[in-house]
Ligand binder design. Structure first.
Ligand code: RUB
Length: 330
């Protein structure tokens, strides 16, 4: 950001102060928590950014509507840059900011609208996860063995709903190296009393013959139905395909990626090598740590959303319904 040198010294200081304060404290704290994965999982990330934009609106001292929108956009951009692969993050930011930008209101009213819109996003998001549980449970039969990967609240909603309906299911969960989110899944399953087995990621194919259905979550779903999810997901899909096991994805509609409609690729986050090993111990070798991978639509049987169940090829219809074609011009 450039500061006009022809401005008086006091004005410059005021401008700098305003720019610095434009991003409220909560934004920095939450962006850092998202980067460090203290807040993780695409749905939770989306709800946390809605909470922060609400906090920014509450604490804003913006004098006019233009200043308020600028503040919110600055906060939104900072949050979006925290993690690149989960489209739920920019989708949540856009859901709120687009409404603010198109409302012809004064700063006070815009603040109120931001709070209301953020609350609506959070509430809809929670309801969507619940609904995915109900819709997804219809696909689960009594006695099914379900394999899952990583930790997804949408997947757990399907599993828990099925269990609470009295279906005697069993779950096989991968540990999901390097961050072991599979441990969180298994702990949640134990708490619910659901029989579960923890396996290493490389044991997926060895266990696939015992499995009836694989269910995973999503960070992004592209217009062609390809699913971006935790690294290793595509291996589960491949093994399921080989063993003719149903491969299901549970995801809210805000996990669909509007820009893929115009050919934009989903950025796959590459995290620090230190999450895998100490580079000093392997001098001379590269250590790679992509956090997500892409499962092609050919390996996906169904996507379970809060609106219903669809084949991956219908992803383009969800994007059109959620975001319209206007996104192509963005
Ligand atoms: C989490 C992950 C989850 C999706 C869906 O990765 O890949 O499967 O985010 O989760 P990370 P949810 O731990 O790196 O964030 O259904 O909870 O949105």
């Amino acid at each position: 950001m450039m500061v006009n040198l022809s401005e008086g010294c006091d004005t410059q200081v005021q401008t700098i102060r305003r720019l610095v304060s434009m991003v409220c404290k909560e934004v920095k704290v939450t962006a850092e928590k998202i980067s460090k994965m203290e807040i993780r999982g695409a749905g939770k990330i989306a709800r946390s950014v809605a909470e922060v934009l609400k906090a920014c609106a509450k604490s804003s001292e913006a004098k006019g509507a233009k200043e308020f929108v600028e503040e919110l956009e600055e906060a939104g951009n900072k949050l979006i840059s925290a993690r690149p692969s989960a489209v739920s993050l920019p989708n949540a930011v856009r859901f709120i900011i687009n409404r603010i930008k198109t409302a012809n209101l004064n700063a006070k009213k815009l603040k109120e609208l931001t709070i209301k819109t953020a609350d609506k996003f959070i509430e809809d998001s929670k309801k969507a996860v619940e609904r995915i549980g109900e819709i997804g449970a219809r696909r689960i039969a009594d006695g099914d063995v379900i394999m899952t990967h990583c930790h997804s609240l949408a997947v757990l909603s399907v599993i828990k709903t099925s269990w609470r309906q009295g279906k005697k299911i069993k779950v096989i969960a991968t540990e999901s190296r390097p961050r072991y989110q599979g441990h969180i899944t298994v702990r949640e399953l134990i708490k619910e009393g659901i029989p579960c087995t923890l396996i290493v990621d490389s044991a997926v194919r060895a266990f696939m013959k015992q499995v009836d259905k694989v269910i995973v979550g999503a960070d992004s779903i592209a217009a062609n139905g390809a699913v971006v999810n935790k690294i290793g997901t595509s291996q589960l899909a491949l093994a399921a395909h080989e063993a003719r096991v149903l491969f299901l994805v549970a995801a809210e509609s805000y996990k669909f990626h509007p820009q893929t409609l115009v050919g934009e690729l989903v950025e796959i986050e590459e995290r620090s090598a230190r999450e895998i090993a100490n580079p000093q111990d392997f001098k001379g070798a590269k250590i790679r740590n992509p956090a997500f991978d892409v499962t092609p639509p050919e390996y996906i049987d169904l996507i379970i959303t809060e609106k219903g169940v669809m084949p991956p090829q219908a992803a383009i219809l969800v994007i059109k319904e959620e975001f319209g074609w206007a996104v192509a011009g963005e």
